[in-house]
Design a protein around this ligand. Structure first.
Ligand SMILES: N[C@@H](CCC(=O)N[C@@H](CS)C(=O)NCC(=O)O)C(=O)O
Length: 220
């Protein structure tokens, strides 16, 4: 019963084209070949649609993404990705080997807890005029730690030769770094992995430049 309901009801992603955390979920859906609907939540317009009473019911943290799936609403992109991985067929986003799995989680957490929250919109709005330097500082600090870790763990992708949740976290974070004009060429492993991953269909179709809510002037 549960399984047939899953195949009948498409998940709904409440997200924003340029949100790196929404992009993570879009990549996971694409890698697994899952069809889903998107409901745009504009983080800028009207003071931020994530702050409305209606959206707060979906995610009390007032952040995207929120995903309606299998009769529940989930937030926190890594929880969503791991749920998708545990319940859907297709390539594994967390490796079976415990060491590799821990490395995938280590890299994902470094990005999702150690970098992205410090350059998130709400934080930058509080910082005010210094916001660009602030974001650059924390992205650089994180990438300085990430580069030697990836040198150890990477094969073709972040951990060995299989795509994983770590890759799903890396590419949107590099996109953010570039938006804040961080010189990514200082980090050759990060740069190489990002270039390789951006060639893959799942990363292309989920890119911020081609989402339903991407403004015309940012479409490519
Ligand atoms: N840990 C959360 C972070 C979510 C998050 O920070 N979302 C950002 C966009 S990437 C957001 O909604 N920001 C809105 C705001 O700061 O007001 C996750 O992984 O889903």
């Amino acid at each position: 019963m549960h399984v047939s309901l899953r195949s009948l009801t498409k998940p709904v992603l409440h997200g924003y084209f340029r949100s790196s955390c929404s992009w993570r979920v879009r990549i996971a859906f694409a890698l697994k070949g899952i069809q889903y609907d998107q409901v745009p939540v504009n983080l800028i317009r009207d003071g931020g649609q994530q702050c409305t009473d209606q959206y707060r019911k979906l995610n009390p943290m007032q952040q995207v993404p929120a995903v309606e799936i299998d009769g529940v609403t989930l937030s926190q992109s890594l929880a969503v990705i791991q749920y998708i991985d545990e319940t859907r067929p297709g390539p594994r986003l967390l490796p079976g080997d415990p060491i590799k799995r821990a490395q995938v989680r280590m890299i994902s957490d470094l990005i999702a807890s150690g970098i992205q929250p410090l350059q998130n919109l709400h934080v930058l709005q509080k910082i005010g005029e210094e916001k660009v330097q602030w974001a650059q500082h924390f992205i650089d600090r994180g990438f300085k730690a990430l580069e030697p870790i990836l040198r150890e763990t990477a094969g073709k992708y972040c951990v060995g030769d299989e795509i994983s949740m770590a890759d799903i976290c890396l590419v949107p974070q590099v996109y953010n770094a570039e938006r804040f004009k961080v010189d990514v060429s200082q980090y050759p492993t990060i740069k190489r992995l990002n270039q390789t991953l951006l060639e893959i269909d799942a990363f292309k179709v989920s890119h911020p430049s081609c989402q339903p809510d991407t403004p015309a002037d940012l479409r490519t």
